[in-house]
Every structure is written in structure tokens, then in C-alpha cells.
Design a protein around this ligand. Structure first.
Ligand code: SF4
Length: 888
């Protein structure tokens, strides 16, 4: 492990999204870590988004799990591992190999993933190992395998620079893959290419597009069936390519011919002219790149949607050529690495098919495995059903939080509660999943662990440790290997990650000879020092033959006849009719500055400056119909439960649908675990749940009191109330509301601040008739907490009060805190638009009003938008709004 001394810069990879940016991490003398983009990494060339930039702020030890525990009691590694091994062995002996399961994660390094998959599929003899990547891109995997015979991503990031048309389907690229989005915008600026966005919401990506198609949720397949019909009618078939390399076009075309533009318009809700504009742009642009992501995958027809897209590219021969390809972009940092080792329940190692007996026998021989799994295992949703109904007796969850992230997550709670034996390896003591663990194992976090990850373009990069392991934390692969050894299995004597990587690479080349896409045999004999120094590279990297590059421009698919399959995709049925009680669709997704369930990004104050509270985006017409005003609290109800969220009323939201971010958990808010509310229906081919379309209703949450507080300690919210907590520099902020107004204000404040009433000096203002109170508690010159209560949402400067936590306050200045805002010399900065440089909306507005007239000029004046660039479109919109306001 390349642990870094202070001042020594270590090259590593960002642990968040599938872009896979290279990071330079430099530990400092004061214990902090300076973070910068790696200018030599081909995924990002030195750029980082707001999340990557804030990585240094997420490395604190607060809440870290540092010792194994058994039933909540600290234990030694030996005792914990013995218990895991014996409980798994007992379950297998008594109920068979399918009575145990692993649920792993796209956050794991490839080496962790490899050992987990080997243990489960080759030695325990069950394929009951699935991953949270099932929620992310399983439909793309299934579509690739149907069309190409293998899970191969044909394109490269270079195609963003080479394309003349980029079509983004179900992808909020600007927020979810920000560094690639900036690369795309730069390419448009320099080459004049066009961007078309297909998304029900007017996202930041859509705002930047030359054409936005705000289609009905889940109608993408109809749109692409119509496109196939159009390109056939226009005579755009690449007949030579079809003849040589593709089978099945007739059946696919037969389905598509039933969809003239008028019918597509009816199904998608799009104007016919918009549909024609898209079809004509696609038809006349040979260099078209179609990027698709979770909006396609997270659907009960996700596989068909992806195949409908791929069909159009196969039919026109636009695949694996510069600027021309279908391109599935992954959400997680190592979803691709997980796919390479076969970390999904329906895959085998090294991109081999578990259904293929010869492949199973080959892997068994390579591993010298005693008991190979003979069939696919349970996919994520089914796996937790099996936990709930008692078929799974022992479960090990690694590096993920299914109690928050799976649909109808309340069932996961129930399943984990009912499971006789739950092991969780994690970096945190308390998550909504760890609270169910019988055995907790402390894992290494980013900055401590060592291995490889693969990004969306098949580029394998090193993650290197630069911090010492905290306490007794160990690598996930080490825990798995130790348990395997204790279960009596040989073949797990790995000295380090390099040894596992070599075995993984050797398996990829084993009896391959070009018959499989994934081949990194060229690094199978890599030495430890070379592994330490290994530069990012694209696969394939065979021992001999061409390396890296695109796939399929000249055919060579991985089907028995080496031809691609065009899949006959039919019209998708509507997943579930909306009823009178649930007249809207609930859509879920990510926001710019947060990652998954906030276990890391939730620690960085800068990343909660834009959205410090969970929210629901509602179109103004739907808000008005429900009697909801901007910033009201809203109860969102589905057949599975309810959430309470802040209303964000915006025309960017499509009428008839609401959007809620996936990130908030019970750690950060009282009623915001949105995946509890989401349907668990899955795609029949991929098993991926349709997380973007659940029938829902909205109502105004009629609170009788509202509150806002800043606190030095993590606040203890009042029982039964609505609350949302976010960190600020030097403390926390909390929004609150409730149905029963608190009677004893100061005792409530003391509980909230986590101090005895007599342990601080208080200043207070009460207007008892109006039901308003303002209190602040001081310890010396430090602010221990300030609380503002009223019968309506409390209007004050959140930014001023957040800043106050990191300041000193002399006795004469204490009452200024109760004003809730700075004086004329300290105007309210407003919500943080630029997370990188902490520039607030009000500061940008003030610059615009004083005549700063371009995004670049605002960047020069305030630095906003000059790092990751994610806020540049917000700034542009503010400039446009100001111009419109002036003109009107
Ligand atoms: Fe990390 Fe941002 Fe790069 Fe994704 S785009 S890998 S989150 S820095």
C-alpha cells in the first residue's frame, strides 16, 4: 500500500461516479489532505467536479467503524471471522449453498469483488451474490449481452470530441457525470456539434441542449422504435454492415414499422415536429453518439429501451467508430470492475456466461474450485425477498446501504430484522443497514485501500492508499479470504491486492484466444512494483494483439456466429395505471453535490450549501392544484409509504410527475428515505427495478410551527417532528417543523444543542402572542447554538447563521445573532450555487444587477463556475432571467 507521508502526492482515483477521474492526494502536516485533479489522467485531464474537489472534507474519523463487533460488543478479528465462517458453514451444511448470500457494491475495488465472487460462485457453490450495481446499470448489461453476446461497451470518452451529434437519453449528464459534461460542452464550443437531450425533466443537461425532448416517462422505447422506422424509410441502412455483421433486422423492423411519427407523438406526448427534428438530426449525422444512463436502465422495460437504442446504431453501422456508437455510462466508480469479475448474480467471472456449461467448467478448472454454482443466483430485489421469507439464513453486506437504496426499502428493514445472521462490513458504525448487523466488520475507506477500478470507458486505474488504516480496519478482500480459509477453502492465500489483480488478469486470458472481449492477459504477470506504478489503461490488453480502442466497427461480436443481434423490441405496456388516489408519477434520481446515501458527501459542508434539505420538485400547475406554495412542506404518498419534503416549485419539472433525490436517509432527515416509497417492480430480463415511475400523491404538510437552528454538536431533534440536518463549518444546521408547538422553549433548545441549560449563557427574544422565539446559547465566545421558532417558515439568512458557527462572538455582539442576518455590511449570500468556491445565489444576483453580463465575467469577479463548471448553466439562466426581467 502506497501510504503517503506528509507532503508526498499520491495518484489515485475518485471514489464517486463512473467517470473515474484521476486525483492527486497530498497529505498535509496538519492531518488534512489537499486534493487536485490529476492532469495526466485521461478520464479528466486535471478536472474534478464539486464532489471530487470536496474529497478532502470527507476523510474525517467521525462515525468511523474501527473495530469488529459481535452483537454490538467490540470483538477481536479472530472471534468475528470465526463466527462468520462458522455461521455460513452451518447454514450451508443444514440448508444448502443457496441459503447464504453476499450483497456487494460498485464501491468495492475490483480485487475485493473478485474474491467475493470466487468464494461464492466457486467454493460455496451458489451464485447468490448480487450487487447494488443491479440498481444502476443491469439493464444495459442485459441489453449488451442480448445484442453483442457479451457485456461490451463499444465506445470511448474520445467519442465525445469526435461526434457531430450527441444524444443523451435518461441522463442528467451535467449533474451525474459533470467532468464528461464539461468535456462535451468544450467539444461543442470548438467543433459546433449538436446536443439532443431526451428526458421527462428539464434538467441542467436539458437546459444546455440544442433540442430537448421532454417525453412521457418510460416512453423512450416508442421514440427509438419510431426512429428505426424513420431511418429505414430514409434508406439509411448500412447494408454492407448488416449483411456481414448483424442478424435479426427484419423482426426488429417489423415492430418498428407500426410506429409512424403520429403514433410516437401520441405515446410520448411530444409534438410531431420535435420528433421529426430529432429523427432528421440522427438520420443526417453519421457521427452520432447516443449516451444512455439511469433514466433508461431504471425501468421495468430498461433492457428493451437499451436494445431499441442499440438497434438504431446497428442498423446504421454506427458502432465502435469515431464519434459513432451507443454508449452506456455507469453510475458507480467500479460498476464496470464488478461486471468484469462477474459480480452480478447472473454473470460469471471475466465476462463469461454463467449459463454456459463450458465456461463454468473453465472457471472451475482455473480456480481449482470444489463446487461451482450451476445456475444464476438471486438478483437484488429477489435476494432480499428470500431473506425476508427465510430462504437466506446468513447474509453478508459489503460497502452498501440497502436499507436505504432498494425499492420498498421498508421490506429490506423487515428482511434484515428477520434474518438469523447478518454481517455488514462498512466504514461507518451507524447506517440504516449496520443497525441490523449481528457482526460488524471495519473496512478500509477511500484513501486507505489499494487496488483497481474500471470506469465507463473500460479504463482500469489504480486506487492507492495515502492514509493509514484507522484502528483495526482491513481490506474487504482480506476479510473474505480469511473467512474462506476458515471455511476450509484453499486458493485464498493472497499477500496483497497485486496478487489478486494478477489472478484476475490471468483468468481473463485463460483459454481466451480472442473468444471473449475482456482480456487483460498483458498485465497478468505484472510485478508488485509495476502494479504500484501502473498507469491507467484501456482494456482489452491481451498478451499479444491490439490493445484498448473501440469495439465492433468491423463486427466481431461475441455470439456463436460472431454477428450482433437486433432485438425485436415491442411496445412497452404502461407499468401501472395512475389511480385517483395517486395521480402523479414519482421519479427519483441524483443531485449535483451528493453521492448515494450521503455517508461521505454528507460530511462536507460545501456539498450541502445548495440543497441542505431533502426536497420534491413539483410543476407549478400540480403545486397549485394541491394548494402548495414554494418552500412549503409537502407530504409525498405512494402505496408504500410517505415522505415529508420541502417543495421546490419549478417549470423544469414535467406536469404530472414529481422528482425526489435519492440521497437523504434517517441519518439526515426524519421522513426522506424515498426508496421506501418506490415500487419494487423489476425489468423481467435484467432484474433491475424501475425506480423512476411510482404512482404518487402530494399534499401540503400543515405544520403548526417551524424552526431553524445552528448547533455546535450534532442536534437532537424534537421527537415526532419533521427535521433535516446538514453539517456546516464548525457545527450543524437543522430545519424543523411540527404539528404540536413546543411549550418549553429553552429546555427544548438545550436538548437540541446537546447541553444542560445552566451550562451556557443565553440570550433570547420571545413574542409569545405571535408564537415567535429566538434564542442563542454561548460558551465563552463560541456559539453553542441558536434557535428560531415561529408559526410560519422562519425567514432569516441561513448562510449568515452557518458562518456564525465558525466565528467568535464577544458579549456585546451576541444579540446580533438573534437578528438572524448580518448587517448591511454582510449581505445574505443565499443558497450556495458554486459549491467549489462557496459563492451564493445572492452574490451572483448582485453581480448581475450591477452590470456583470456574462458567465465568464462572473467567474472573473467571483470565481463562481471556474472550477468544475457545474454551476455555469445556473448562472447563465440567472443572466437570461435578468435580461428578460429588464426587457419586460
Ligand atoms: Fe469524481 Fe466528479 Fe470525476 Fe465523477 S466527475 S469521478 S464524482 S470528480
Amino acid at each position: 500500500m502506497a501510504e503517503g507521508a506528509a507532503g508526498q502526492t499520491i495518484r489515485t482515483t475518485c471514489p464517486y461516479c463512473g467517470v473515474g477521474c484521476g486525483v492527486l492526494a497530498t497529505p498535509q502536516d496538519d492531518g488534512s489532505v489537499a486534493i487536485a485533479g490529476d492532469p495526466d489522467h485521461p478520464a479528466n485531464f486535471g478536472k474534478l467536479c464539486s464532489k471530487g474537489t470536496a474529497l478532502g472534507a470527507t476523510l474525517g474519523m467521525e462515525g468511523r467503524l474501527t473495530h469488529p463487533s459481535i452483537h454490538g460488543q467490540q470483538a477481536g478479528w479472530d472471534a468475528a471471522l470465526e463466527l462468520v465462517a462458522s455461521r455460513f458453514s452451518e447454514a450451508i451444511a443444514e440448508h444448502g449453498p443457496d441459503s447464504v448470500a453476499l450483497y456487494v457494491s460498485g464501491q468495492l475495488l475490483t480485487e475485493d469483488y473478485y474474491v467475493a465472487n470466487k468464494l461464492m460462485k466457486g467454493f460455496i457453490g451458489s451464485a447468490n451474490i448480487d450487487t447494488n450495481s443491479r440498481l444502476c446499470m443491469a439493464s444495459s448489461v442485459a441489453a449488451h449481452r442480448r445484442a453483442f453476446g457479451s457485456d461490451t461497451v463499444p465506445a470511448l470518452y474520445d467519442d465525445l470530441d469526435e461526434a457531430d451529434l450527441v444524444v443523451l437519453v435518461g441522463s442528467n449528464f451535467a449533474w451525474c457525470h459533470p467532468v464528461l459534461f464539461q468535456r462535451l460542452l468544450a467539444a461543442r464550443e470548438s467543433r459546433g456539434m449538436r446536443i439532443i437531450v431526451i428526458d421527462p425533466r428539464r434538467t441542467m443537461t436539458a437546459e444546455a441542449a440544442d433540442l430537448h425532448l421532454p417525453l412521457e416517462p418510460d416512453s423512450d422505447a416508442a421514440l427509438f422504435l419510431g426512429l428505426l422506422r424513420h431511418i429505414e424509410a430514409e434508406g439509411l441502412a448500412d447494408t454492407a454492415y448488416l449483411e456481414a455483421h448483424v442478424s435479426g433486422p427484419e423482426a426488429a423492423l417489423a415492430e418498428a414499422r407500426a410506429l409512424p411519427v403520429a403514433r410516437v407523438a401520441g405515446l410520448t406526448g411530444l409534438p410531431a415536429e420535435q420528433i421529426r427534428a430529432f429523427y432528421e438530426a440522427f438520420a443526417r449525422t453519421p457521427r452520432t453518439l447516443t449516451i444512455f444512463s439511469q433514466g433508461v436502465n431504471q425501468s421495468v422495460r430498461g433492457t428493451d429501451k437499451a436494445n431499441a437504442i442499440i438497434n438504431c446504431h446497428l442498423y446504421t453501422g454506427r458502432i465502435g467508430k469515431p464519434g459513432a456508437s451507443p454508449f452506456s455510462i455507469t453510475g458507480q466508480p467500479n460498476a464496470m470492475g464488478g461486471r468484469e469479475v462477474g459480480g452480478l448474480a447472473n454473470m460469471l467471472a471475466a465476462h463469461m456466461n454463467i449459463e454456459d456449461g463450458a465456461a463454468r467448467e473453465r472457471v472451475q478448472r482455473f480456480w481449482q474450485a470444489p463446487t461451482m454454482a450451476t445456475q444464476p443466483g438471486l438478483k437484488a430485489v429477489d435476494l432480499f425477498d428470500a431473506v425476508l421469507d427465510g430462504r437466506i439464513k446468513a447474509l453478508w453486506i459489503m460497502a452498501t446501504n440497502p436499507a436505504d437504496s432498494l425499492p420498498e426499502a421498508g421490506r429490506v428493514d423487515a428482511a434484515l430484522k428477520a434474518c438469523p445472521f447478518v454481517v455488514v462490513s462498512d466504514i461507518l458504525t451507524e447506517t440504516d443497514t449496520t443497525r441490523h448487523a449481528h457482526v460488524l466488520l471495519p473496512a478500509l475507506g477511500w484513501g486507505e485501500k489499494d487496488g483497481t477500478v474500471t470506469n465507463s470507458e473500460r479504463r482500469i486505474s489504480r486506487q492507492r492508499g495515502f492514509l493509514p488504516p484507522p484502528g483495526e480496519a482491513r481490506a474487504d478482500w482480506w476479510m473474505l479470504a480469511e473467512v474462506a480459509r476458515r471455511m476450509g477453502f484453499s486458493g485464498f492465500d493472497y499477500a496483497d491486492a497485486a496478487a489478486i489483480f494478477r489472478e484476475h488478469a490471468a483468468l481473463s486470458a485463460f483459454e481466451n484466444d480472442g473468444s471473449r472481449d475482456f482480456d487483460i492477459g498483458g498485465v497478468a504477470a505484472i510485478g508488485d512494483a509495476a502494479f504500484d506504478a501502473m498507469a491507467p489503461f484501456l482494456w482489452p490488453k491481451p498478451l499479444a494483439g491490439p490493445e484498448g480502442g473501440r469495439f465492433f466497427a468491423r463486427g466481431g461480436f461475441y455470439t456463436p456466429d460472431r454477428k450482433a443481434r437486433m432485438i425485436a423490441v415491442g411496445l412497452p405496456p404502461v407499468s401501472k395505471p395512475r389511480d385517483d388516489r395517486h395521480g402523479l408519477w414519482l421519479n427519483t434520481g441524483r443531485i449535483r453535490d451528493q453521492w448515494h446515501t450521503m455517508t461521505r458527501t454528507g460530511r462536507a459542508p460545501a456539498l450541502l450549501g445548495q440543497f441542505g434539505e431533502p426536497f420534491v420538485e413539483i410543476h407549478p400547475a400540480d403545486a397549485e392544484a394541491a394548494g402548495i406554495a414554494a418552500a412549503d412542506l409537502v407530504r409525498v404518498t405512494t402505496p408504500h409509504g410517505e415522505a415529508i419534503l420541502r417543495a421546490l416549485v419549478t417549470k423544469r419539472q414535467r406536469p404530472g410527475s414529481v422528482f425526489v433525490p435519492i440521497h437523504w436517509t434517517d441519518r439526515f432527515a426524519s421522513h426522506a428515505r424515498i426508496d421506501r416509497l418506490v415500487d419494487r417492480m423489476t425489468d423481467p430480463v435484467s432484474g433491475q427495478p424501475g425506480l423512476k415511475r411510482t404512482p404518487a400523491r402530494i399534499d401540503r404538510y400543515a405544520a403548526h410551527w417551524f424552526g431553524f437552528a445552528v448547533t455546535a454538536q450534532r442536534p437532537t431533534p424534537p421527537a415526532g417532528a419533521y427535521w433535516a440536518i446538514a453539517p456546516v463549518e464548525g457545527g450543524y444546521r437543522i430545519e424543523m417543523a411540527g404539528e404540536h408547538a413546543p411549550e418549553e422553549i429553552q429546555p427544548m433548545a438545550a436538548r437540541l444543542f446537546g447541553l444542560a441549560e445552566d451550562a451556557a449563557e443565553w440570550v433570547a427574544l420571545h413574542d409569545r402572542e405571535a408564537g415567535r422565539s429566538r434564542l442563542a446559547a454561548f460558551r465563552g465566545e463560541a456559539l453553542a447554538g441558536a434557535l428560531f421558532l415561529g408559526p410560519e417558515p422562519v425567514a432569516l439568512s441561513r448562510a449568515f447563521l452557518a458562518d456564525a458557527m465558525a466565528s467568535r462572538h464577544s458579549a456585546g455582539e451576541r444579540f446580533r445573532i438573534l437578528a438572524g442576518r448580518g448587517g448591511a455590511d454582510r449581505p445574505d449570500r443565499g443558497a450556495m450555487l458554486c459549491a467549489c468556491f462557496q459563492v451564493g445565489v445572492n452574490e451572483i444576483l448582485a453581480a448581475i444587477r450591477s452590470g456583470t453580463a456574462s458567465v465568464e465575467a462572473i467567474g472573473d469577479a467571483l470565481k463562481a463556475g471556474t472550477n468544475c463548471g457545474s454551476c455555469r448553466h445556473d448562472i447563465r439562466r440567472m443572466l437570461d432571467d435578468h435580461r428578460l426581467e429588464k426587457a419586460g
